[in-house]
Design a protein around this ligand. Structure first.
Ligand code: AMP
Length: 281
């Protein structure tokens, strides 16, 4: 059995533990735990890009709305640690909420740009403020040379990239491709919520994204393609939040392929589970 990585839970302990690793170069992979092969792909990419790898595990309460799944979000710390041991992670940073947000904490970032694109922000208005604040804290706590985020959460990746640029954080943000099940469903810690029937319907999202990307790539009218896709998703039993074509960097609406590189993004609910996904055109 691989030795477990060192686990630290306070900011002073983190600083002490990271000091001797800095010279080698540090990669940070922020997560909320319940690790799956998508997270581990980020860790492996981090390993290729830096000599030292830090994984943070923190289920951030401030990015969940009261009616959302903070309480029931899967927590599998022991299994996470075993998986990270196999990946030879150097350090696991897992602060409590009281360490991250001590008594009297009163600062919250209000990201603009991609964070106000009318996608996730429209359905989870509290979300990116919480994400930006905790990611800024994680980056300042760990001061990594690079930090890795999944394209699975594409708008989040755009927001974090902008945050690092706007705040002059000395870190390179790297986006990593989405890891999928064989049938196309993007891996997500929330997939465990799906019933067997919902799981069977879930790959529809990726199928629609791929088909839409192919058609838009062949210059079919974007609105027409999206209307078809929205119908397919509804017929598979989803309640659609959005299926949109946006500029891949700014996330601004696009009318045609001439408006720049396009990303298709989807969010939809099935039963109690909300799924998101995206692809490039
Ligand atoms: P989470 O624990 O869900 O907050 O995710 C932590 C990081 O893993 C984020 O940067 C996610 O975008 C990334 N991630 C989640 N699912 C996947 C996936 N299927 N493929 C690649 N990266 C992912």
């Amino acid at each position: 059995m691989a030795a477990h990585p060192r686990v630290v839970r306070t900011v002073p302990a983190l600083r002490r533990a990271l000091a001797p690793l800095r010279k080698a170069g540090i990669a940070l992979v922020p997560t909320m735990g319940a690790l799956h092969a998508g997270h581990l792909a980020l860790v492996r990419l981090a390993r290729r890009r830096a000599r030292r790898v830090v994984v943070s595990i923190f289920v951030n309460p401030t990015q969940f709305a009261p009616q959302e799944d903070f309480g029931s979000y899967p927590r599998t710390f022991k299994a996470d640690l075993a998986a990270l041991a196999i990946e030879k992670v150097d350090l696991v940073w897992t602060p409590s909420a009281a360490v991250m947000y001590p008594e009297g904490f009163a600062t919250r970032l209000d990201p603009g740009g991609a964070a106000k694109a009318g996608l996730e922000d429209k359905f989870r208005p509290h979300f990116f403020g919480g994400v930006a604040t905790v990611v800024a804290k994680l980056l300042l706590q760990c001061r990594p040379d690079i930090a890795l985020f999944g394209q699975k959460d594409y708008q989040q990746l755009c927001v974090v990239t902008q945050l690092a640029r706007d705040l002059d954080l000395p870190v390179k943000i790297i986006g990593a491709p989405t890891v999928r099940e064989k049938d196309g469903l993007a891996l997500s810690s929330r997939n465990v919520y799906l019933s067997m029937q919902e799981r069977a319907a879930a790959p529809t999202l990726y199928r629609v994204l791929k088909a839409s990307a192919r058609r838009i790539g062949k210059n079919e009218a974007i609105e027409r393609v999206l209307a078809d896709g929205r119908g397919d998703i509804a017929r598979a039993g989803f309640a659609l939040d959005y299926l949109e074509a946006r500029h891949a960097q700014t996330l601004e609406p696009v009318a045609s392929r001439q408006d720049g590189p396009i990303r298709l993004l989807v969010a939809a609910r099935i039963g109690k589970t909300r799924l998101i996904d995206n692809v490039a055109v």
